[in-house]
Design a protein around this ligand. Structure first.
Ligand code: O2Y
Ligand code: MN
Length: 602
């Protein structure tokens, strides 16, 4: 079939953009091409279209104004790391932690799947900006997709539409993002990144991180590659402002592996017993931070996104009141339970579960149902999500649109560590801080792929998201420190240390503010600490524990540095470092040696 597209009516004079779209359309052969302008009318039109086909279901508009429901294919409910590739011309550039495919082979394989895959469908052209349009931080992408659900998600998660196209002008740089659902066959699913071509191709999936190409693919994998070339940092980090009783706001960037509560921390609500102090939390972002050194020699950050793609199960008014308030309207719910009266529910939501519903697999569901093996049948998938505009968050920072972002005073790394790692400690300096980030690790939970309980090293929480060789990435972090006049202080936190019976020692959630207060105190040089072989650790009296029912022994255990356990940890780090071979920076090898010497000294 020969299809013509009315190119002369396209709303751009950007020749390269037009040539690329024609090329992609010739490959995928959509029946129509629709340029997204980002308007309200367009949103309504797309929703109506998707309601007709069943791609989206309108929720009860009295209870959930502006909200819609979507269910993905049951084989397509999470990012697929094993099908995600970095396609650089050499394997060395992708490094030992990424799947690698030569670009020619990758393009060839994907081309075969994309070929003719949009016949009978519309190809949507989605121009989007990661970061405020026109900010020196920002990057523009154009995503082609055959999926309305993806367009509507991109509309929430990014600045999208005509204003971006205008900014792109006639020859602006952009990331070429091609997405097609094809036939959702797992065997024909590929998430391909071509950093050298500034290109992303994703085929065979309709879910989250695989298809919202501005998010993990562009804002982390491609951006981390560009950031190294251009001298900045693209990180898997939340950004939050902590306003202290004097009105001073300290901004903190925090890297935690997936499923460690980043969204909850970014929206923290001060506990009752600390409210009298007058702390307030301002949310800048819950997932991604782009950070640059400004003319003052300090590190400034923006959140390049405009929405939250948060995990629904476990979210309730106790665990995250701000998230619950955020998702009350204009939200897309994916793979949660749907009731007959067009209401939604997930495990861990407030109130009683509904008497019946249709679960994430599209099957009838009742509370307490078990499968043939006697396992509980879930209403919502553990990775079910809400996509909500950040602007609806009650704790939203007023600097979200600021073109220079916020000044970062502290970087916090964290993981889920039942043993060994204290509640909080501070690095001796930037280089030692990079070592803390490079060696961070986390226990796998039931919701994650892999062996439950296993400790997985996840440097800077970037293991699945670094778009190039991680050894070179560590060197880039070290180099960034050398360029800053006053780099942020670097800390490590662990909310998940357990006692000998496996019970969490620290209450977590809002109480984490007590730890942040110490971190801020260290930045302002007002909080005390003791020097240990692993860094500066607070004494119990250095933290405000007023109103917290925690025994002195529990507190001491939380802050205990067990030298034997740390020597074991150091051996594991040594093994992990070996995987990077000669790409591991000498400075990190030296940091490990220095840690071992400090541990053996006393
Ligand atoms: O499973 C997915 O596709 C989404 S994963 C995700 C979504 C929002 C924020 N972070 C993550 C992550 O895995 O880090
Ligand atoms: Mn994330």
């Amino acid at each position: 079939m020969f299809i013509t597209y009315n190119v002369s009516s396209w709303p751009t004079k950007h020749a390269q953009l037009k040539i690329w779209i024609i090329e992609m359309a010739e490959l995928c052969q959509p029946d129509r091409i629709h340029w997204c302008d980002g308007s309200e009318e367009e949103k309504k039109m797309l929703e109506q279209e998707a309601f007709k086909t069943g791609e989206l279901i309108e929720l009860d508009q009295e209870k959930w104004p502006g909200c819609v429901y979507h269910r993905t294919h049951p084989n397509d409910v999470a990012r697929t790391e094993h099908l995600t590739y970095i396609c650089t011309s050499t394997k060395k550039m992708a490094g030992p932690t990424n799947n690698w495919m030569p670009p020619d082979e990758a393009y060839k394989k994907a081309r075969e799947i994309f070929y003719g895959s949009m016949r009978g469908r519309t190809m949507y052209v989605v121009p989007f900006s990661m970061g405020p349009i026109g900010s020196p931080f920002s990057k523009i992408g154009v995503q082609l997709t055959d999926n309305i659900y993806v367009v509507l998600n991109m509309r929430i998660m990014t600045r999208m539409g005509s204003a971006v196209l205008k900014k792109l002008g006639t020859n602006g740089k952009f990331t070429k993002c091609l997405h097609g659902k094809a036939d959702l066959d797992e065997k024909k699913r590929l998430i391909l990144h071509f950093p050298e071509d500034n290109t992303i191709w994703s085929v065979g999936s309709g879910y989250g991180g695989n298809v919202l190409l501005g998010k993990k693919c562009l804002a982390l994998r491609i951006a981390s590659y560009l950031a190294r070339q251009e001298g900045w940092l693209a990180e898997h980090m939340l950004i939050m402002g902590v306003e202290d009783p004097s009105g001073r706001i300290t901004y903190i960037a925090g890297a935690f592996p997936s499923a460690c509560g980043k969204t909850n921390l970014a929206m923290l609500i001060p506990p009752e017993s600390m409210k009298h102090k007058g702390y307030r939390i301002w949310t800048v972002g819950d997932d991604i931070a782009w950070m640059r050194i400004d003319t003052d020699g300090r590190l400034w950050a923006i959140n390049p996104e405009t929405g939250f793609f948060g995990v629904a199960p476990g979210t309730n008014y106790n665990t995250n009141r701000n998230a619950m308030e955020t998702i009350k309207k204009n939200t897309i719910f994916t793979n949660v339970l749907l009731t007959k009266d067009k209401n939604i529910w997930w495990e861990g939501m407030d109130g009683e579960p509904p008497q019946e519903g249709i679960n994430w697999e599209g099957k009838p569901w009742r509370p307490g149902m078990v499968d043939k093996k006697g396992n509980i049948v879930l209403g919502a998938h553990p990775n079910s999500r809400f996509t909500a505009p950040i602007i609806q968050c009650p704790s939203i920072s007023n600097r979200i649109e600021h073109h220079h972002g916020v000044l970062i005073d502290a970087i916090v790394f964290g993981g889920r560590r039942p043993h060994t790692v204290p509640l909080v400690y501070e690095s001796f300096d930037w280089k030692h801080g990079v070592f803390l980030g490079a060696t961070m690790a986390s226990e796998r939970t039931a919701a994650q792929y892999g062996k439950q309980g296993e400790i997985r090293r996840d440097p800077m929480a970037m293991l699945p998201f670094c778009g190039y060789n991680m050894g070179m990435y560590f060197q880039h972090w070290l180099d960034m420190g050398k360029k800053m006049e006053k780099p942020p202080k670097i800390f490590h936190v662990n909310w998940f240390r357990t006692d000998k019976d496996g019970n969490y020692l620290w209450p977590g959630f809002g109480e984490n503010l007590r730890v942040l207060e110490w971190i801020i105190g260290r930045c302002l040089k007002t909080a005390g600490a003791r020097i240990t072989p692993i860094g500066y650790v607070p004494r119990p009296e250095d933290l405000d524990l007023t109103g917290l029912s925690l025994s002195r022994e529990a507190m001491e255990e939380l802050l205990y540095v067990d030298k034997e356990a740390w020597l074991e940890e150091a051996k594991e780090i040594e093994r992990f470092f070996k995987t990077f071979g000669s790409d591991l920076p000498m400075e990190l090898k030296n940091e490990l040696k220095a840690l071992q010497e400090r541990l053996m000294k006393e």
